[in-house]
Design a protein around this ligand. Structure first.
Ligand SMILES: *Cc1c(COP(=O)(O)O)cnc(C)c1O
Length: 234
């Protein structure tokens, strides 16, 4: 990474690389939303990018995100919740985020639904799929995906928009490609089952967003390549 580049330069660079990957794959660049993952980075860095016109930011931790949302109220930001979420914290998330990417259990879906219904809103969500078996602790396993999707379809406070995955870490980006292709296949199989369209595939991070875009990602979640390395979580 080039340290002399500013935050907005790095965001623009990532955006250009996404656009290029989309074009190579014969996709429209505007069909890929760049979610800037700002976890553990200061609110002021988000402000800089938001004031430069970037709207989508991803956060992982409920308390940290809540503080930032408050600090940055008034800016035009779409917040994405992308981290692991315990159902007892769902009430702090429903209604505050444009999209919750990480719904992986019926218990969590119910908790989000309950809060959304109380607020009188419909919360957009994705289901997080685990495609790597035991190596992956978060996400619903493939066998449980249909059951979870069916349950969500019964919840009036939730609107299912697609799937998310976080493949195991590989040094080589191409190694993640089969997981991205698999997520797309799962989405393609769920649509006729549920009878709705699922426009979103949230996949691809700093190390592997190029194959993710080539395999159909509509939301890429990129932190390090924009903000630099994260300070350790205290
Ligand atoms: C932190 C995080 C990212 C961003 O990771 P980078 O490698 O820094 O781009 C993306 N998705 C999820 C779920 C994350 O927790």
């Amino acid at each position: 990474m080039n340290d002399t580049m500013t935050l907005t330069d790095r965001l623009a660079l990532v955006r250009r690389e996404i656009d290029e990957a989309a074009r190579v794959a014969g996709r429209a660049p505007e069909d890929v939303t760049l979610v800037a993952v700002s976890k553990l980075h200061p609110a002021e860095s988000i402000r800089t990018l938001a004031e430069a016109g970037h709207a989508d930011f991803g956060e992982n931790y409920v308390q940290e995100a809540t503080d930032k949302i408050e600090t940055l109220a008034g800016l035009d930001i779409r917040w994405h919740f992308i981290g692991g979420l315990q159902s007892n914290k769902a009430r702090f998330v429903a209604g505050r985020f444009s999209l919750v990417h990480s719904v992986d259990s019926i218990k969590l879906a119910k908790a989000l639904n309950r809060k959304a219904e109380t607020l009188g809103i419909v919360q957009d969500i994705l289901l997080q799929a685990s495609l790597a078996g035991e190596e992956q602790k978060s996400g619903v396993e493939q066998q449980g995906l249909n059951e979870l999707a069916d349950a969500v379809m019964e919840m009036n406070g939730l609107r299912l928009r697609g799937l998310m995955t976080l493949p195991p870490f590989f040094d080589e980006p191409e190694a993640a490609r089969p997981y991205f292709a698999r997520l797309r296949e799962l989405r393609d199989a769920l649509e006729p089952r549920l009878g709705i369209s699922l426009p979103h595939l949230s996949m691809g991070m700093t190390g592997d967003f190029v194959p993710a875009v080539e395999e159909g990602a509509t939301l890429v979640r990129i932190g390090t390549k924009i903000f630099g390395p994260r300070p350790c979580k205290r």
